[in-house]
Design a protein around this ligand. Structure first.
Ligand code: HEC
Ligand code: HEC
Ligand code: HEC
Ligand code: HEC
Length: 429
């Protein structure tokens, strides 16, 4: 893809720092991070920035590693992440003095990037990349445009920039608007002269189409003059605003299905499932692993609720949630640990059935669905007390989006989708 630069992200560090440094040394592009530094002497572990000459422009690029607290370094890794508040001031000041355009590559979340935009008016573009978001159309915050392209190469983000000396983003598209209006004017002039050739001059005042075109032409002319004046004034004061155009180009839909590739993927998926299946068989016979008996687990299982909540159970059984594990079986993926967490009952907020992921391979049948307790919370106590206070009634949005991520379910909206799965009210006597 001819990259120039990539910011070091959280996931890039998954295989350890030295692995990444090794990869970076071999890459044809630069890995940047302004805030990933050595613990002992705060020396940067990757270059913080680079400058590229593009035509007559000097473009500065800074990399920033997301700081959400979830990055842990090993005991003997001499690395620490410092907050952007500390890392950015010097480097931004330095580059702003030397560059015409300054770009920040940041895998922080939107709130954080907006705060950065508020603090650093010298940053002109922030390219965000967070796993939770898909495509984000550029939005102006303070002096910076913040934009993101959906992850995993599904889209190519394409931004064409007309960068002016003013170094500010102007009223978007004034130049483009002017060009469109001029084209429109050409069209109208053409149609008017066709009528003029056909009709006698004295008949024109009574020709409705001609009069309508005349009115449009006058309106367009005054709009064009207004826009030209506006742009002229801006240019005179050296303030011609910079403009951009943005497109997201979907990559996937244009790729033809390649039978050979598809076969390799299918085979790989089946062998992952096979490996999981053997692991599950072993777990079942291994005395060392926890006995997965329902009584000993944090979740009750849906049948435990059915006795007292039959209308809700009957409803739930008809939803796709009840057959979520079945779906995996049909795909021969029911032993794939990459799939199970979202297709079984094993996690609610910070409560996990086990820290050992392989436990998912040997769950009791009653937990092999997206069950009641994933939305209402573990129900052991409530089952005993029957007290509504011991169970959650309405699942909040963050319960859903753990599974309905933008990647798995692009169309998910809480307000619409909750209607489709909300259990019916009980008949009260
Ligand atoms: C032994 C009977 C019993 C069992 C078992 C039981 N519940 Fe309940 N549940 C009740 C009663 C009684 C209420 C209160 C009903 C009312 O207020 O109308 C209730 C209320 C609820 C409510 C509404 C809470 C509210 O704030 O209004 C939910 C949700 C619920 N139960 C879910 C579950 C789930 C999930 C399970 C299984 C883990 C379960 N219940 C098991 C008896 C039971
Ligand atoms: C543990 C993961 C998980 C959670 C939590 C979850 N879902 Fe789902 N949801 C799924 C899966 C998996 C499917 C698809 C199952 C299938 O097709 O086999 C699904 C399907 C659906 C469907 C389609 C239902 C149908 O019958 O066609 C809707 C709507 C939905 N979920 C809404 C929600 C809402 C709203 C929430 C939060 C209150 C939520 N889900 C919570 C995993 C989850
Ligand atoms: C992050 C949670 C998550 C993970 C991980 C996950 N799924 Fe799902 N899956 C969902 C949700 C949510 C839906 C429902 C999507 C919808 O309603 O459009 C779903 C639906 C499905 C469906 C039915 C709808 C469809 O798209 O055809 C299949 C099949 C499926 N998943 C297979 C898998 C497989 C195979 C894996 C592992 C390789 C997997 N899932 C991993 C959350 C997940
Ligand atoms: C995907 C999420 C989800 C799942 C799974 C789910 N529910 Fe619900 N449930 C809801 C929602 C949403 C409501 C409606 C809450 C409201 O608006 O009052 C609800 C309401 C209820 C109520 C209260 C009904 C009343 O009297 O108003 C009970 C009881 C209940 N559910 C039991 C169950 C049981 C039992 C299961 C499993 C068999 C189950 N739910 C599975 C989301 C879920």
């Amino acid at each position: 893809m001819n990259y120039d630069a990539v910011a070091v992200g959280k996931n890039d560090l998954a295989a350890g720092l030295s692995f990444l440094q090794d990869q970076a040394a071999r890459a044809k592009f630069a890995w940047l991070s302004a805030n990933l530094v050595s613990k002992s002497d705060l020396r940067p572990l990757f270059p913080a920035s680079l400058i590229r000459q593009v035509g007559s422009l000097s473009v500065g690029v800074i990399g920033l590693t997301g700081h959400d607290g979830s990055i842990r370094f090993g005991e003997n890794e001499d690395a620490v992440l410092i907050p952007w508040q500390k890392a950015l001031p010097d480097i931004v000041a330095n580059l702003a003095a030397r560059c015409d355009l300054l770009i920040l590559l940041s895998n922080n979340v939107m709130n954080e990037n907006q705060a950065i935009a508020e603090s650093f008016p010298d940053i002109h573009i922030i390219i965000q990349s967070t796993p939770r978001s898909g495509n984000i159309v550029p939005q102006l915050k303070n002096k910076s445009l913040i934009a993101q392209t959906g992850k995993q190469g599904k889209y190519l983000g394409w931004m064409s920039i007309d960068w002016q000396k003013s170094k500010t983003w102007g009223r978007l598209g004034a130049t483009k608007e002017l060009a469109t209006k001029k084209l429109e004017l050409d069209g109208i002039n053409g149609r008017m002269s066709r009528i003029e050739r056909r009709e006698k001059k004295e008949n024109l005042p009574a020709n409705n189409s001609y009069q309508a075109l005349l009115a449009s032409r006058d309106r367009l002319l005054s709009e064009i003059i207004f826009l030209e004046n506006e742009l002229h004034d801006l240019k005179e004061s050296g303030q011609t605003p910079s403009t951009y155009e943005n497109h997201f180009i979907p990559l996937e839909v244009n790729l033809p299905d390649q039978p050979e590739v598809k076969k390799i993927v299918e085979t790989a998926k089946l062998s992952v499932n096979q490996a999981g299946r053997s692991q599950a068989d072993q777990s079942a016979t291994s005395p060392a692993l926890p006995e997965l008996q329902l009584e000993k687990l944090v979740f009750t299982g849906w049948k435990g609720c059915a006795a007292c909540h039959s209308p809700q159970t009957t409803f739930w059984e008809k939803t796709a949630h009840a057959s979520a594990y079945q779906t995996l079986s049909e795909e021969e993926q029911q032993f794939n640990l990459d799939c199970l967490p979202c297709h079984v009952t094993a996690e609610y907020k910070d409560i996990k059935i086990s820290n050992d992921a392989s436990v998912l391979l040997a769950l009791p049948v009653q937990l092999q669905q997206v069950g009641c307790e994933l939305c209402h919370g573990p129900g052991k106590k409530h089952t005993a007390t029957q007290d509504p206070a011991d169970i959650a009634r309405i699942p909040e949005i963050f319960i859903c989006i753990r599974c309905h991520t933008s990647e798995r379910d692009e169309e998910f909206t809480y307000d619409n989708d909750i209607e489709r799965i909300a259990c019916p009210a009980s008949q009260r006597q």
